[in-house]
Design a protein around this ligand. Structure first.
Ligand SMILES: [Fe+2]
Ligand SMILES: [Fe+2]
Length: 278
């Protein structure tokens, strides 16, 4: 097994995580599976993807970022082509704010719909005629079934220097380049698990560096084995990553290491002695 296995979860920080929890459940078929009693929830999707909702008292630099502002900018959710219309309809009926000239149908059969969640975070639905990922989703007990929204297809980073940044994810975290340019200047990298995908697009505006617990789509958690978590953290340190919370093996068996990528996006390693879900 690779040292850096792929994405365990993507975290959204909010001043009202209960509101987001209920909205993601109703509108996007996510199921709250963990609740720490203090406003932190893990939302499980049909294919095993996870979104962490984490409380914050810090606002973001902009609560309503533009599509091409630098940073962790959107989460794309996969929908089967047959369900795309119904999934869009549900959101439009609920009055979500669409972003850009969306929904869009592309000649190759791809369809996308960009919109904002109640906090102003940008999400999009995507259906593709051919999947980008290679991996088979794990069967998790308790995962929602018969859903329109299947899981996280990719997470997007708007980068000041997309070529250099994606190369860093390849060199430092073991991702592989699977699409160099999709014809719109977009590159995709795939994690060792064959399922985790990050999209890199040229940012058009520099949105600065937010505090690492500011509201918004705030971090990507990289799965490592608990046994190798210390090694995985130690490998990153000589690369000069900015450390936000140094490596810790918590008494509950969770191993963590919080840091920033070269453009300031927040990542953390997570290794669990006991699996989060089975
Ligand atoms: Fe995207
Ligand atoms: Fe996290």
């Amino acid at each position: 097994m690779a040292l850096y296995q792929g994405i365990e979860h993507v975290a959204v920080f909010s001043t009202d995580t209960a509101r987001l929890r209920d909205w993601y459940a109703a509108m996007l078929d996510m199921k709250p599976v963990l609740d720490n009693g203090a406003g932190n929830y893990f939302m499980l999707m049909a294919d095993g993807s996870l979104i962490e909702l984490s409380p914050t008292t810090q606002g973001a630099r902009s609560a309503r970022p533009h599509m091409k502002d630098s940073g962790l900018r959107h989460i794309a959710l996969s929908v089967d082509g047959n369900d795309f219309g119904a999934a869009v309809h549900r959101l439009v009926e609920a009055g979500v704010e669409a972003v850009g000239d969306s929904p869009r149908q592309f000649p190759d059969g791809m369809a996308t719909f960009h919109f904002r969640d109640p906090d102003g975070n940008i999400l999009h639905l995507i259906s593709r005629p051919r999947r980008l990922s290679l991996g088979v989703a794990p069967q998790l007990s308790g995962a929602p079934v018969n859903t329109l929204v299947q899981g996280i297809e990719h997470t997007c980073i708007m980068a000041r220097n997309p070529e250099a940044l994606r190369q860093w994810y390849i060199d430092a975290l073991g991702f592989q380049l699977i699409v160099r340019d999709d014809g719109h200047g977009t590159a995709f990298v795939l994690g060792a698990d064959g399922r985790s995908i990050i999209e890199f697009i040229q940012a058009e505006a520099d949105a600065g560096i937010d505090p690492y617990k500011a509201a918004g789509i705030r971090h990507i958690a990289i799965r490592v084995s608990a046994a190798e978590a210390a090694t995985a953290a130690a490998r990153l340190k000589p690369m000069g990553v900015e450390i936000l919370e140094d490596y810790v093996a918590r008494p509950d068996g969770v191993h963590l290491f919080f840091f920033r990528d070269p453009e300031g996006n927040v990542l953390h390693l997570v290794g669990r002695t006991d699996p989060l879900l089975t």
